[in-house]
Design a protein. Structure first.
Length: 373
């Protein structure tokens, strides 16, 4: 079968990924940086991104679950599951040398028994729930649980970590209280001679908003969204990162339509005057939020073209009133920059009333990922 160029593609800039990694690494130095690449690297394609970040200097990688962890074995760097582990997943993860989270005494014992059976050691990090309310050892139980788990001989108790639910908010006391309680726990464990090689709590928000989250005793940070060139919707943006992705498609039709013509599903737009209407070959299946309907724009020949009518699954209609020279086949920038115009992930997030994470993770399956320098 002949290869045919794809209609919609996502350009992922390796040099911007590298820049973003370096920006984070130099901010938090001497802390080590774990690149968080869960959900297929936030939907962008895990292996090429992991390899680029490894070249940039990333020494370890974080994922959400075992399927994702196994995909990264070829990197020959530590891979951490950051969330939870199911009983039947323990054996294959120990076999593969994946770093496993301990989320309860029961899970520590299961990991220990499995390691013993396999005649291997299991590398574990204790996951402490200091306020996220989702997973991990509840703070009040953490001291006793860890003391008991550290006595299990087949565990290499390498790390202890926690996670922030709202480190975007510098004013809220929540993150400071989490840091204080977590540090107290680490100190209490020290009095029992329990010390960890890695102590970590910071995500991207914390790196931007809470310097104490990457100072002693912390010596590792876990960052995802900043590496991908975006920020959380709220909070300070103190690291100078660059957008790393551009979503592009082609102009597939140009039609001259009369005043009064209705456009698209629901006929939500009626032309006020005779207009050159363009149809671009991308829709919500490719990741364009439905909420761009009659609100957003795309860029053609470096000019903004307002979206008119409702975004549909595969196509979106735009006004070409300001781009007299537009031609069928022209490249269309849906997200990203051209010479003098720019559409940001954050602007889409605002229109969709969501955060940039959901925008990045919603780029459709049929969109070709192209890794460019
Ligand atoms: C446990 C954990 N650590 C770190 C991260 C990275 O977060 P961010 O992408 O905000 O840097 C995540 C992602 O949600 C996470 O679940």
């Amino acid at each position: 079968m002949r290869d045919i160029p794809r209609r919609v593609w996502l350009e992922i800039s390796k040099s911007q990924l590298t820049h973003n990694y370096n920006a984070v690494a130099s901010r938090v130095a001497p802390c080590e940086v774990m690149a968080v690449l869960k959900a297929n690297s936030y939907g962008l394609g895990v292996l090429p991104i992991a390899e680029t970040l490894k070249e940039a200097g990333a020494m370890r990688f974080g994922v959400a679950e075992p399927f994702e962890a196994l995909q990264l074995l070829s990197l020959e760097r530590p891979v951490h599951i950051l969330s939870s582990i199911l009983p039947e997943e323990i054996e294959p993860m120990i076999e593969a040398g994946i770093t496993i989270p301990v989320t309860s005494l029961e899970s520590a014992r299961l990991i220990h028994h499995t390691a013993k059976k396999l005649r291997k050691f299991a590398i574990v990090h204790f996951k402490i729930d200091t306020g996220m309310g989702r997973l991990g050892i509840i703070l009040e139980d953490a001291f006793d649980t860890i003391v008991q788990a550290c006595a299990l001989p087949d565990l290499i108790c390498e790390g202890i970590f926690s996670h922030f639910p709202m480190a975007y908010d510098k004013e809220s006391p929540v993150s400071r209280t989490q840091i204080k309680n977590f540090k107290t726990l680490v100190q209490q464990l020290n009095t029992r001679r329990i010390r960890f090689k890695y102590v970590h709590i910071a995500n991207s928000d914390a790196i931007n908003n809470f310097p104490e989250s990457y100072q002693r005793p912390f010596n590792l940070v876990r960052t995802g969204i900043n590496l991908h060139g975006a920020f959380d919707a709220h909070g300070k943006r103190s690291i100078e990162i660059h957008p790393a992705i551009s979503l592009k498609t082609r102009l597939t039709a140009i039609r001259h339509m009369a005043a009064g013509s209705a456009i698209g599903y629901g006929q939500s737009y009626k032309l006020k005057e005779p207009t050159r209407v363009g149809t671009i070959s991308a829709g919500y299946a490719d990741g364009l939020p439905l909420s761009l309907s009659n609100q957003g724009h795309v860029i053609i020949r470096d000019k903004p073209c307002p979206i008119i009518g409702r975004v549909s699954m595969d196509y979106t209609t735009v006004s070409l009133a300001e781009v007299a020279d537009a031609q069928i086949g022209d490249d269309v920038t849906c997200l990203g920059s051209t010479e003098s115009n720019c559409i940001t992930i954050e602007s889409w997030a605002e229109l969709k009333n969501t955060h940039p994470y959901e925008i990045i993770c919603s780029i459709g399956n049929r969109v070709e990922r192209r890794y460019v320098q």
